[in-house]
Ligand binder design. Structure first.
Ligand code: PFF
Ligand code: NA
Length: 451
């Protein structure tokens, strides 16, 4: 239970690691299709609002707990609780987080595998000059092929666990930091392409003119879950990173930087993708395949399209890689012990996640109609329940811990901002963020009792 000795080398290294965790499939794949399925601008508005009033305070709380505890999540929680004469049982929040990331990583790896497949398909020029219909069919065809989907899932899981086992995440963050600006450039090019497409105006209207009548309890729940997912909070994954935060750094500024970048990437992807959706007369609510169909269509028309598309999927793979490493870290840190080395822990966790990923990989073929919940198959359930319920629940519990269990000076010191800022954070977290999570989580229940 001793303190961790490592620290991020610099202020920048810490921001880099957090950005690596935050920017990933959540922004480029999940944000557009969720926006499409939840009615467009109203969803976007709710999501940005949740990032600001829930995401920022909870992210600060989560990292502050890690920084004050200077241990792996479960140890940090019990150490701080016991120091404040509270029950060590608070550590179970850490276990809940580990279970949550276990399920999230299982589908994250499958979908990242789709991008690996598309990386190879695009550099080999498979989509060049193809029509929208053909590109759409080829995605369906790929998903219906269990072998190819599982193969790519396996490759991605190996990539993730190799880095986690070697504990060389830092090297990857550095590489990522060099490559991410390129991702922004490719996204800007795509937005530029979108601006010339016939659906551009419709896309902007769809994204930025909210129709409040589409808001239901489930839209609100989805927007809240997505805010937690995209910021990588609520599962103690960033808490694990917070333990390595240097002494003299203000947390609020770092957190704000990361959140702004994260929103920016989501908006750029959204504009690029929906321009194609509306130009092609596609349905915005076409689900998880949205990005995989629209972007090849966009690039098919661009000069040098195959290369651009290849570059895009390469950069996407890099972005998802650093996020999946962050997802794996809290589990590996937890399983690792005196008797089990880091590599053994990574193998065990990786094997388990890989297995649980299989039903997701098969959810578009063999297990398509294996319904677990209403008309939701395994993939549908695993991509929603951990994100919409367990991330917000975990985030709220972490926030309760930071504002009600920890000593005020202790948590303010870990936040490292000005006193006024810390006071504002404390007030907002106690009286707005935590109650809001509770209300949104309860709303569907209350509604179902009433009707
Ligand atoms: N934030 C990542 C993304 O947007 O792709 C996903 C993620 C990472 C979720 C880490 C949760 C987590 F703990
Ligand atoms: Na994100």
């Amino acid at each position: 239970m001793s303190e961790v000795a490592e620290r991020w080398g610099s202020r920048r290294a810490f921001i880099m690691a957090m950005t690596g965790a935050a920017v990933g499939l959540g922004n480029i794949w999940r944000f557009p299709y969720m926006t499409g399925e939840n009615g467009g601008a109203a969803f976007l508005m709710l999501y940005v609002m949740f990032v600001l009033i829930l995401g920022l305070p909870v992210m600060m709380a989560e990292i502050a707990v890690g920084r004050a505890g200077r241990r792996t999540p479960m140890q940090a929680l019990s150490h701080l609780a016991v120091n404040n004469q509270r029950s060590p049982h608070w550590r179970w929040i850490g276990l809940m987080g580990a279970v949550t990331v276990f399920f999230i990583l299982s589908f994250y790896s499958v979908v990242s595998g789709w991008s690996l497949e598309y990386l190879f398909d695009s550099v080999t020029g498979r989509f060049a000059g193809q029509s929208g219909a053909v590109i759409g069919q080829s995605f369906e065809g790929f998903l219906a092929d269990p072998f190819r989907v599982i193969f790519n899932h396996t490759v991605f899981m190996l990539m993730t666990m190799t880095v986690v086992a070697a504990g060389i995440g830092g090297g990857l963050e550095k590489l990522n930091n060099v490559l991410m600006p390129l991702l922004y450039i490719v996204l800007f090019v795509l937005v530029g392409y979108g601006a010339t497409a016939s659906g551009f105006q419709d896309a902007l209207a769809w994204l930025f003119t909210p129709n409040l009548s589409v808001i239901t309890t489930s839209v609100v729940l989805n927007a809240m879950g997505h805010a937690f997912f995209t910021l990588a909070i609520g599962a103690c994954a960033l808490m694990a990173y917070g333990a390595y935060m240097p002494e003299h750094q203000s947390l609020p500024k770092a957190v704000l930087t990361v959140a702004v970048l994260d929103i920016l990437v989501a908006l750029l992807s959204g504009i690029a993708i929906f321009s194609v959706v509306f130009s092609q007369g596609m349905d915005p609510a076409s689900g998880p395949g949205l990005m995989f169909v629209t972007l090849p269509i966009a690039f098919a028309d661009l000069p040098g399209g195959s290369l651009w598309l290849g570059a895009f999927f390469l950069l996407l793979a890099m972005a998802t890689w650093t996020s999946s490493i962050n997802l794996a870290e809290p589990m590996v840190a937890m399983v690792k012990s005196d008797r089990m080395s880091r590599s053994q822990a990574a193998m065990l966790v990786g094997g388990g996640v890989w297995l649980v990923g299989l039903p997701s990989a098969l959810s578009f073929s063999t297990l398509k109609s294996w319904y677990l919940w209403g008309d939701g198959n395994f993939f549908d359930v695993v991509t929603t329940v951990p994100t919409d319920i367990f991330l917000p629940l975990g985030g709220a519990l972490i926030a309760v811990f930071a504002v009600w269990v920890m000593d005020r000076d202790e948590v303010f010191k870990a936040l490292g901002g000005s006193n006024a800022l810390c006071q504002t954070w404390l007030w907002l977290t106690r009286w707005v963020s935590i109650p809001l999570v509770v209300v949104v989580l309860m709303a569907p229940l209350i509604k179902s009792w009433l009707t």
